[in-house]
Design a protein around this ligand. Structure first.
Ligand SMILES: NC(=O)c1ccc[n+]([C@@H]2O[C@H](COP(=O)([O-])OP(=O)(O)OC[C@H]3O[C@@H](n4cnc5c(N)ncnc54)[C@H](OP(=O)(O)O)[C@@H]3O)[C@@H](O)[C@H]2O)c1
Length: 273
């Protein structure tokens, strides 16, 4: 992880496979209007990672936007997901067909199953990875014991753990666990779906740096070495969210943001706790 003041839009984290995952990406849940154009705009601004899932209904539009950048596939990173009750290998093929892409960079199990830890779907993803359908595989919203059980059963740790993560709802224990096990943590719903952006303590920090609350949250993630995928349809939001490389949060403000944790979830609950 480069020191905070040298972070740039090109900053990436190295995965166990040796491939790199960009620190900042574009989420696409609910980005169903003009998906291709919106993703194209983000790519033009310098985003290099796009996060999707079949149930977001954004795969065809994302695939079009990626394919319209000739020669750029290698420099872009596409994350997709399979459901916990699907055949991991078959679902990866189905999603790639919808994206009309030859490979994904990362395929995630969308959530932990109600029973077990998803060993079968994980083995399907391992096979997809071994066949070159995806470069890396990971999970979403798993508890630490579930990750341990999955790794013990299959001999393979996830490369990435994607979880709901914001100053208002996070777990430094999970971050430490992921760091210790070579797992990249990636934050979903980092902007709390807008629900906590008006927090006055956050606004005060934003004013101090002449930035917005969203930019402070994104920067807090990046300085923690947490990858981050804010969703933005609006062009001004897309521009704002990538304009986070001209300031550095000092240690006091990082600690203040850490201290805002109340295990808040913009969805229902932090599934990984
Ligand atoms: N693995 C999982 O189970 C899981 C679960 C949830 C989400 N995700 C992924 O994580 C991504 C991000 O999470 P999310 O979509 O739930 O929520 P989010 O990124 O926290 O918030 C998105 C909302 O914030 C708005 N916004 C974006 N930039 C802003 C800015 N600078 N100022 C003010 N508002 C701003 C967006 O508006 P506009 O769109 O109108 O610009 C949108 O309404 C998803 O899109 C998805 O790719 C994964």
């Amino acid at each position: 992880m480069p020191p905070p003041d040298s972070l740039s839009p090109e900053s990436a984290l190295r995965l166990r496979s040796g491939h790199e995952i960009p620190l900042l990406g574009l989420g696409t849940w609910m980005l169903t209007t003009h998906t291709t154009e919106a993703v194209q705009h983000a790519l033009e601004l310098g985003y290099r990672l796009v996060d999707t899932s079949a149930d977001y209904m954004t795969q065809p539009g994302i695939g079009r936007a990626v394919r319209r950048r000739p020669g750029a596939r290698e420099s872009l990173f596409v994350t997709m997901k399979v459901e916990e009750n699907e055949d991991g290998h078959a679902a990866t093929i189905k999603n790639l067909e919808e994206l009309k892409l030859a490979y994904a960079d990362l395929v995630l199990i969308h959530r932990a199953p109600e029973k077990g830890v998803g060993e079968k779907v994980w083995r399907g993803l391992m096979r997809a990875r071994d066949e070159g359908l995806t470069r890396d595989i990971g999970v979403c919203s798993y508890k630490i014991p579930q990750i341990m059980e999955l790794a013990e059963a299959t001999g393979e740790m996830p490369a990435v753990h994607q979880i709901e993560w914001s100053p208002f709802g996070h777990s430094l224990d999970m971050l430490n666990f992921c760091d210790a096990n070579g797992i990249v943590l990636q934050a979903y719903s980092p902007l709390t779906r807008g629900k906590r952006l008006a927090d006055e303590r956050l606004a005060a920090i934003a004013r101090k740096y002449g930035k917005t609350q969203a930019q402070v949250i994104i920067r807090w993630n990046l300085q923690h070495g947490v990858a981050c995928i804010p969703k933005a349809y609006r062009e001004d939001h897309q521009r704002e969210n990538i304009d986070v490389f001209d300031f550095t949060l000092d240690a006091i403000d990082m600690a203040a943001l850490d201290g805002m944790n109340e295990h808040f979830s913009a969805l229902e609950k932090l599934e990984y706790l």
